[in-house]
Write a protein that binds this ligand. Sequence first.
Ligand SMILES: [Zn+2]
Length: 107
Amino acid sequence: MATAKKQSAPAPASTVDLQETRCTCGCGETTPARSRFRPGHDQRLKGQLARAHYVAAEVAVVQPDGQQQRLPAVDAARLLDTDRFSWSAKLSTNRRRPSEQSQEQSA
Ligand SMILES: [Zn+2]
């Protein structure tokens, strides 16, 4: 990829924390097993990623092994995709569908 000059963005707009037992939104709180988010925090992260995507900002991603990297919001969202909810598709379409109000939760 070409190294285009970017607008200086000192701090990443948001953090995606993929470590087990950590809330994925990057708030640093712990989650019970099988949960990726504290209640409501998935919505919060969706908003943050949408905003980061909108301004073309990078997102800090904490890998399960604790290593950090910075990725474009769409790439970070792709890491969160599940069979039942596509975070990346949500970003790339960026359309609001009233029928999609339900939260992502494990059954
Ligand atoms: Zn959180």
